[in-house]
Design a protein around this ligand. Structure first.
Ligand SMILES: *[C@@H]1O[C@H](CO)[C@@H](O)[C@H](O)[C@H]1NC(C)=O
Ligand SMILES: *[C@@H]1O[C@H](CO)[C@@H](O)[C@H](O)[C@H]1NC(C)=O
Length: 250
């Protein structure tokens, strides 16, 4: 009886500790324009261009029935992008969205980011689901990134040269795959990151000094760059559904 009672208390505590405090983005955010507008903005937080051959354009973003579709299409006549002091040829218009809220792991807290994705691993296609610093850089956590190699990558950057990464085979890219990324406070300085694919833990990484640093959440279909070139001449699709963000921050 005594043991049973303590066990019940322990289980109750464990259950309450695991309870999300707040739904930051509900699974319905791709149901309608109004649902989308409540949680997301178009483009990257900093604009249309980044580190690859696609320029982001609102017209390449579509959503309906709970599903987001980003489409990259080959174009000509775009002016170059500029990244890290280098000119980059723009060969595609594509889609990017970012969450209106920022994500900042606080004391004893964290977040769960989950979603199902249909992503391509064709050379020159570079879809991603990732978090990056609002102020300066890092933090960066690539919760899922596909760099045109047949693999999916999971990365955490302490600095540009000190990073954890895990690349695994990405089978059946034409199917939906679920991704879950759990961020948790370790010691009010570092953040533990657990990466799951299709329900199985793939890797655990630690972001040094990520605690309390606000991050953007971005879903984008970049092209070429780290995924090689040339990319495909036919349209490329990247889709997401059942996307949800839960906060465990107190
Ligand atoms: C990043 O920093 C954290 C905290 O110091 C450490 O645990 C982790 O191993 C570091 N990552 C790498 C790749 O060194
Ligand atoms: C992070 O969140 C905490 C509360 O959870 C807040 O006190 C702090 O100001 C936030 N930090 C930043 C840089 O936004």
């Amino acid at each position: 009886m005594h043991i049973f009672a303590s066990l019940s208390v322990a289980l109750a505590l464990a259950a309450s500790a695991a309870e999300a405090v707040r739904t930051m983005i509900p699974k319905t955010s791709f149901n309608s324009q109004a649902d989308f507008d409540a949680d997301w903005n178009y483009l990257y937080p900093w604009g249309t261009d980044h580190n690859g051959g696609a320029r982001m354009d609102k017209a390449q973003v579509a959503f309906s029935n709970g599903q987001l579709t980003l489409t990259a299409k080959k174009v000509t006549g775009q002016k170059d992008a500029s990244h890290g002091g280098k000119a980059i040829k723009i060969n595609y218009l594509s889609g990017a969205i970012h969450a209106k809220e920022h994500f900042n792991v606080s004391r004893g807290g964290g977040y769960d980011f989950t979603g199902e994705f249909k992503a391509t691993t064709t050379k020159g296609t570079w879809p991603a689901f990732w978090l990056t610093a609002v102020d300066g850089w890092p933090p960066e956590i690539d919760m899922a990134e596909w760099k045109g190699s047949g693999k999916i990558s999971f990365n955490t950057f302490n600095t540009s040269s000190v990073l954890s990464w895990k690349d695994v085979d990405y089978k059946n890219p034409g199917d939906w795959h679920s991704i879950k990324c759990e961020l948790r406070d370790v010691n009010q300085r570092d953040v533990q990151v657990k990466f799951y694919m299709d329900g199985a833990l793939v890797t655990t990484q630690v972001g040094g000094n990520f605690f309390g640093k606000p991050m953007y959440l971005i879903i984008n279909l970049q092209m070429e760059g780290s995924s090689g070139s040339p990319g495909p001449s036919s349209n490329t699709l990247y889709q997401a559904r059942n996307l949800e963000v839960l906060s465990y921050n107190p």
